[in-house]
Design a protein around this ligand. Sequence first.
Ligand SMILES: *Cc1c(COP(=O)(O)O)cnc(C)c1O
Length: 393
Amino acid sequence: MPVLMKKETRLLHAGRNPERYHGAVNVPVFRASTILLPSVAAMESGGRSLFEGVRYGRFGTPTTFALEEAVAELEGGVRTVATSSGLAAISGALMAFLKSGDHLLMTDSAYAPTRKFCDEILAGLGIETTYYDPLIGSDIAQLMRPNTRVVFTESPGSLTFEVQDIPAIATAAHEGGAIVMIDNTWGVLNFQPFEKGADISIQAATKYIVGHADAMLGTITTASEALWLKVKSSVAAFGHSPGTEEMYLGLRGLRTLPVRLAQHEASALTLTRWLEKRPEVERVLYPALESDPGHAIWKRDFRGACGLFGLILKPASKAAVDAMLDGYHHFKLGFSWGGFESLVIPTGGHSIHRTATQWRPTGPSLRFHAGLEAVEDLIDDLEHGFQRLADHS
Ligand SMILES: *Cc1c(COP(=O)(O)O)cnc(C)c1O
């Protein structure tokens, strides 16, 4: 076997075992709750071995283990736990390490449901969250307390696109005795979290890993076996196990992730460069652009980008912006991202809920996902949109 294999190649092999499945290229969909065990002794063995091998559907089947192996490869981590959604991965990872009386540092740019989980569920359990400026860097040391257990990052923020200095944050967090988690959904293949100091990396696999807008799935990958066991125990205790069909779709999506992602990135670059020059546009939020404030850190830490970017328009009426969005042919209105189809959402009018920092763009803000349509068609769609914006102003 060749010694060197690039990540794209390794992702084609990861988790597969055709010899075991009659030569079938893909790992089958295992439909199982009950697993028949050979003896009472096997049944009674508890503890850690509960999570090794196939024992009960909720703890995982060969389909689960194939997906987990492949995602560990993608993230460059030691082991992965699959969950029923991206949000279940976030809540599952947080609950594995936080208990009453603990303190959590959460980026102010976090995905809104992550914030809601902290404010509603963690607060109710006596776990305190302090939000911090995503651009804080090593100054996060000043926010660390003796009971700070977790520092949570998301880079770039999926609505506001601030690129975080993960190595600086991780160094300070580790010095203070906390572990570092990252929501790596935007970075997916292009940010190697463990090389940059993270201990736990989360994917909303619903987005680029599944890649076709047809399944909900999440993953939690860890830097060590010991962290994995904590996460696995917690996720199993909550019962966050994903459906087998969803895991199959995740595995299937993963094989083509590198080529899809390259196209999403290329289209987003073309679109953002075009948008930057438009008179209707105040600012484009996309770290791969040289003009983006996060570009230097992005260039240092990422090996590429994806199809998701933000846009701040010059001041315009809501009616005009709504007409622009309602009339798009290719940029459909819908939540989520990472599928083959282009999407757009308005991102909270003139402000986004923040507590540590302010987010007050000077005009309407939007978020786009560049899908796999020909980029000429997407530009044409945007151009007609600006015409509607003008017509309704
Ligand atoms: C969508 C998303 C999630 C949540 O994933 P679901 O599968 O929808 O639960 C988490 N983080 C980010 C950055 C996301 O975009």
